[in-house]
Write a protein that binds this ligand. Sequence first.
Ligand code: NDP
Length: 524
Amino acid sequence: MAFKLTYATMSNPPQEMHDKFDLALENVKQQLGQEYPMIINGEKRFAEEKHRAYSPINTNLHLATFQKGTAKDADDAVAAAKAAFPHWSSMNWEERVYLMRKFADRISTRIYEISAAVSLEVGKNRMEALGDVAETEDLIRWAADMMEQNSGFRKPLGSDPLIGMSSSNESVLKPYGVWVVIVPFNFPASLAGGPVGNALVAGNTVVVKPASDSSWASTLLMECAQEAGIPAGVLNLLTGSGSTLGNALTANQDVSGLTFTGSLEVGMDIYRQFANRKYPHPVILELGGKNATIVSKNADLDLAAEGVMRSAFGLQGQKCSATSRVFVEKPVYDAFVNKLVANTNAIKIGDPTQRENWFGPVINRKVYQDYAGYVAELAASGRILTGGTHITDGELANGYFCAPTVVADVPLEHRLWKEEMFLPIVMVSPVDDLNQAMELANDVDYGLTAGFVGDQVEAEWFFDHIEAGTVYSNRPQGTTTGAWPGFQSFGGWKGSGSAGKNGGGYYYLPLYMREQSRTRVKQA
Ligand code: NDP
C-alpha cells in the first residue's frame, strides 16, 4: 500500500520524504531574506511599515520580511473580495470544485518547499511541518468532495399536499459574501487552507490574515492559489498586526462571515465586536484547549506513556489539542509517571529541521519567558519531575528552547489546572477512580480533545461522558492529538469552539452557506 502521510503515520516515513525535504530545505535556505507583499485584488500591495521575521530555532536567521498592513489595506481587501463575489458565487459549483482541486494540486507540487518554510518559521519538526501542509491539501480536497457528494447542496424537499396544484420544493445552500479568515501561528498552513478552502468552495470570497509569527506559509499558499487560476479578488492576503487588521475587519460592514482560530481570549473579543453590527452574521470560532488524558488501572501503561508523551510535547506543547492534564487511577499512578518521565527524558531536542530531532523551540520570546514564569509558579506548589529549564547548550542558545516538563503534586484547585499554558508542560495527578477523573476532566471552560487509555468497556463509558468535540481511546500515536481530515473530524465544545460541527467532517462545509427554500407552485 502506498504511504499516506497523516499525523498518526508520520513516525516512520519512507526515506524519499526525508531526501526531498532535505533538498527543499537547502533551496529555501538559499533564498532567505526576501520581502513578500500582501495580495489585494490579485495585485502586490506594500506597506510603509515592515515586519522582519526571524526563526525561533535561531533568531539570527532572518527568514523573510512581511508588510504591516493598515486599516486602509484591510478595507481595500474587503472591497476587492466584495467586487469579486458576484462572479465567483454565480459560477457553477463544479467549476469552483475544479479550481479548488487545482489549488490543492499546486500545494501538493510545492509541499516540500512550503514545509521547509513552516519548519523554519514555526520551529516544527520536519514531519510535523509536512503534516501541516499535507493536511492543508486534504482539507481543501475534503471540502471539494463534500460539495460534490452533496451535488452542490441543492436538494429536493417533499411536495405539499395541495389540491388542484403541484408544489415542487427545493432546498438550496448559497454563500454569504465576503468571508474573513484569521489564522493562529501554530498551524499556519492547514488553519489557513482549511477555512479558506471551505469558504471558497461554498462560493464566498475571502480575506485571510495569518499570525504575525508565521505569515510565510499563508503567503506561499496564496501563490499556489494564484498559480491555480483562482481569479483576482477571490482570495486576498493581509499581513500585519492582529489588533490593527482585526479591528478594521470586524468593523467593516461588508464582511458577511468570519472564521477565527486562536485563543479563547482574542476569540471572545472578536465574537463581541462582530456582534456590533446591524444584524447577526455567522462567526466560526475555533479556540484553545485544556485537554485531559485519563489513564485507567486497566491501561496498557507503555501505550499510555507513549501516547501522553507524544501529545503533551509534540510541537513543543503548542497544539490546541495538546494533552496538558493527565488523571491516573491510583494503583498505576507511580508506574505510569515513571514511564512518562523516562519517555520525556529520551526526547531528541534540537534544530527541528534536522531528521534526528523531534522537539524544537517555542514560537517567540514572550512565550519563552512565560514558560519560566509558569515553571516557577508550579514548582512553588508542586514538584517538577523533569524539565523546567530553558535549554541554552551550544547553538540552542540562539533559539527559544524550553525543556519538556512533567509536573506532579500540584493541588487540584490550582489555577493552572484550568488555564491553557500552550507550552511543553504537562501536569499529572492520581485519582481515586474513573468518576473522579471524569469530573476533573470536564471541570474546565474548554472542551476540545480528550484521551482515554483503558479497556474497551471503559472506553465506551468515557465517550459517553466526556465533554469534548474530538476524543480518542487507546491511541499510542497521541492520546489527544493528530486528527486528520476524513479520519477524525476536528472541533471543540464549550470555550474551545462555537460551531458545534467539526472541520474535516461531514457537517462543516454548510457552515459557510445559508439556506434558501424554494417553492414553485403550478396549477395541476
Ligand atoms: P492568538 O489568539 O494570539 O492569535 C490568533 C490570530 O488572531 C493571529 O492571527 C493574531 O494576529 C490575531 N489577532 C490577535 N489579536 C487580534 C484582534 N484583536 N482581532 C483580530 N485578530 C487578532 O493565538 P495564537 O496565534 O497564539 O495561537 C494559539 C492559540 O490558538 C491557542 O489558544 C490554541 O489553543 C488556539 N488554537 C486553536 C485551534 C483549534 O482548532 N481550536 C487550533 C490551533 C490553535 P497576530 O499574530 O498578528 O497577533
